[in-house]
Design a protein around this ligand. Structure first.
Ligand code: PLP
Length: 355
């Protein structure tokens, strides 16, 4: 234990990102990045002229990108908050909206960071089990009178809740914030952004890390009522006003100007996802229905950790979680068709199964 760290962090278990080993070149299907590079316009605009301006601070208000996002999503600039990755918005929300009185609820199987933020801010979190089929138990959140955070589609299952169900949760908790984390929505989910006009307690969190091929640029944003957005700004201006660097702001705008590129990429990923799912289902695997850029699968006769390790030995990285309920599952990010061909070849070699 550190002599210096505040005692309030004694029990804190930090988030463990997916491994990025350097010992060999892997087919990397473990952190849900896009296998495709940013669009040509991003490469063109983030150039040496812009690098030359790095002596100047970026616009803390992110006005230009905010205006563009507002227009793109049909909301007002006052509804848009921009952050250094969407993790930062999640962190700010737990900090801003939760305390000993305002609790927060989320599913037992979901994005691992929710629990970490809960612990970081000393919150008493309510963890609600997914149903046996790994769907979200919507009724458990209705009228719970706590803040709620749900990833939709959920991670690592890839399964979605309907907008009707999101509305039920919003309507029955009018004095609490409902955070819908839409990191994966562009791969087949339905966004609840339009609902912000109807519900001032809705906070929709989005990221450029997955469908916009920019995990390395660290850019996220949220769409919510003016009130919630102003609250988030209060926290941002009290921690790190220049939270987005100049190059990332430019890249974020360029990506919106070339949105068709990202739609095409998402469609390619959806096609590859269908092909991979079908191949594994034909080989006898359990594959949860996914609206995301990953699938969650179980081999009928090999435990998750063994299959993960055997794949790693053969140069293919996927994500395995030790959590009891999902320890026999693997989360596989959808890569290029070539990457998925290698994955399938190795899986069939290891398990002796075939499509
Ligand atoms: C990847 C992911 C994030 C974090 O995204 P960043 O914008 O890279 O911080 C947030 N929520 C979920 C559910 C994710 O899978």
């Amino acid at each position: 234990m550190s002599r210096f760290l505040s005692k309030r962090f004694d029990g804190l278990e930090e988030y463990v990102p997916g491994e990025q080993p350097r010992d060999m070149k892997y087919v990397k299907l473990n952190t849900n990045e896009s296998p495709y590079p940013p669009s040509p316009l991003v490469l063109k605009r983030v150039n040496s002229d812009e690098v030359k301006k790095l002596n100047l601070y970026p616009d803390p208000d992110c006005k230009s990108l905010r205006d563009k996002l507002a227009e793109f999503y049909g909301v007002l600039p006052e509804n848009v908050f921009i952050s250094n990755g969407s993790d930062e918005i999640l962190s700010f929300s737990f900090m801003a909206f939760c305390d000993g009185e305002k609790k927060i609820a989320f599913p037992d199987i979901s994005y691992g960071f929710y629990k970490v933020y809960g612990d970081l801010y000393g919150l008493d979190c309510t963890v609600i089990p997914l149903k046996d089929d790994f769907s979200i138990d919507v009724d458990e959140y209705c009228g719970i009178n706590k803040n709620v955070v749900i990833a939709n589609p959920n991670a690592p299952t890839g399964m979605s809740v309907s907008l009707d169900d999101v509305e039920k949760i919003l309507r029955s908790n009018p004095d609490n914030i409902v955070i819908i984390d839409e990191a994966y929505v562009d791969f087949g989910g339905t966004s609840c952004i339009p609902l912000i006009k109807k519900y001032d307690n809705l906070l929709v969190v989005r990221t450029y890390s997955k469908s916009r091929s920019m995990a390395g640029a660290r850019l996220g944003f949220s769409i919510a009522s003016k009130e919630i957005t102003a609250d988030l700004n209060k926290i941002k201006y009290s921690t790190n006003p220049y939270n987005i660097n100049r190059l990332t702001l430019i890249a974020g705008e360029a990506a919106l100007d070339e949105n068709h590129y990202y739609e095409d990429a998402a469609n390619k990923i959806i096609k590859t996802r269908t092909r991979l799912s079908n191949a594994l289902i034909n080989a006898g695997f359990t594959v949860l229905p996914s609206d995301a850029n990953f699938i969650f699968v179980r081999c009928p006769d090999m435990d998750g950790e063994t299959l993960y390790l055997e794949l790693k030995k053969r140069g293919v990285l996927v994500r395995h979680f030790k959590t009891e309920r999902i320890k026999d599952y693997l989360r596989i990010s959808i890569g290029t068709d070539e990457q998925i061909d290698i994955l399938l070849e190795k899986i069939f070699e290891i398990t002796g199964r075939k499509a």
